[in-house]
Design a protein around this ligand. Structure first.
Ligand code: DQA
Length: 152
């Protein structure tokens, strides 16, 4: 990140449960783009020298393992925790490992959870994230990537 020195060359874009259904899942809320579309968009936007890996899982343990991997690899993280956002203290603790290691972790959401049901108004992740971007569809990820790679 610009504020904290040179941008990490490796960026993990991690997506939680049900985001594998993007494209057909509530398109009025999440849009019609698929995860493959998102991957292509981010790869097109990433500056040269940036290694970007986009992954998705419905499994909390797997997502936690990927955050541990980010710490060990010195990778920046763009995290859409999906529904885990609202209740997973285990994921929060893993996210804290990333930011405590001095690596950026940006929480992103396609929708604006604050404009939706009340249970979505709470994020147990935000307090340990470097920053939060919500409500801009794939643009939330683009903004996070721009920040991580020093363009913002
Ligand atoms: C989401 C918002 C969450 O409330 C929801 O559970 C998701 C997606 C978003 O990207 O807008 O699965 O994280």
């Amino acid at each position: 990140m610009t504020a904290a020195g040179s941008a990490p060359a490796r960026v993990l874009v991690l997506n939680g449960p049900n985001l594998n259904r993007l494209g057909t899942r509530e398109p009025d809320v999440y849009g019609t783009g698929t995860l493959d579309d998102l991957r292509a968009e981010l790869e097109g936007a990433a500056p040269e020298g940036t290694t970007l890996e986009l992954r998705q899982t419905n499994d909390e343990a797997e997502l936690i393992g990927w955050l541990h991997e980010a710490v060990d690899a010195g990778a920046a993280v763009i995290l859409n925790p999906a529904a885990f956002t609202h209740y997973s203290y285990a994921l929060r603790d893993a996210a804290a490992l990333v930011t405590k290691a001095g690596l950026p972790l940006i929480e992103v959401h396609l929708s604006n959870p604050h404009a939706r049901e009340e249970f979505r108004h709470t994020s147990v992740i935000s307090a340990v994230a470097t920053g939060v971007i919500a409500g801009f569809g794939f643009g939330s990820y683009r903004l996070a990537l721009a920040r991580i790679t020093g363009a913002l």
